[in-house]
Design a protein around this ligand. Sequence first.
Ligand code: GLN
Length: 292
Amino acid sequence: MLLKDLQNIFHKELDTIYGKDEVDSFFYLCTEHYLNVPRIQLTLEPEFTIIKSETDTFFKTLEDLKQQKPIQYILGETEFYGLPFKVNDNVLIPRPETEELVDLIIKCHTERSRSAHENLKILDIGTGSGCIAISLAKNLPNAEVYALDISKEALKVAKQNAELNKVNINFIEASILDNTCHSALDAEFNFDVIVSNPPYVRNLEKQEIQPNVLDNEPHLALFVEDDNPLLFYKAITNFAIKKLNDKGNLYFEINQYLGEESKALLTDTEFENVELLKDLNGNDRMLKGKKL
Ligand code: GLN
């Protein structure tokens, strides 16, 4: 079959759901992923033809896209902070906002990480695909990175991603909400940086969430009860008070509607230089504090 005929079928079937530009971007992601053919090839070689088994793969993908399955899950991979990551429905698809959080941490710690006599010890709580832990390990020289998650299945994905990106991460299966986490991390040392992007979407915000997210991404990683939306933030802050070195930094990705409440958790306890920062869309998204 001609690749360009297949492209026309994608547009015919999907443009009403996603719009033309997004369908083009899906199609080119597929040609790169399944055929190793860059998008320019279609212009250079309009008669580019694919064999039956390849056509079948594209039609299967077309069906999944019609069902609003995210392209990252269909292809089983995505990119985060310029690095490749495997994903499946046990982990959230890494978001651009989280790249901003990683960027902030890298900017704040590169110098210290280079000049430190000892390794910069970092802990990522609720690591999911491992995107935060791995991109920090990759970009901060001398970082010694620990990453924790309650989900065995998520940790499998994160371990694959650490291998894929050739970084060494210490993975821990534990929950921050009970003392499995304290016993797992009851080591001699404290951390210089603790970071987390925990679940923070309230059930009452469900109507704002796109159906492709709601129907496909792990609710365990997304949702919290309306009456206690900051429970992870409270547990992590208390943990950080004990396990951060003096002057160590705590970083959170936060719910845009709960900026001030989240900030108060740090300002009311043992943190200084507390900053609430906005993402590229102008929403309160990152929180940073230094332990006194
Ligand atoms: N930013 C994600 C979303 O809106 C939520 C991530 C999270 O709950 N930690 O889908």
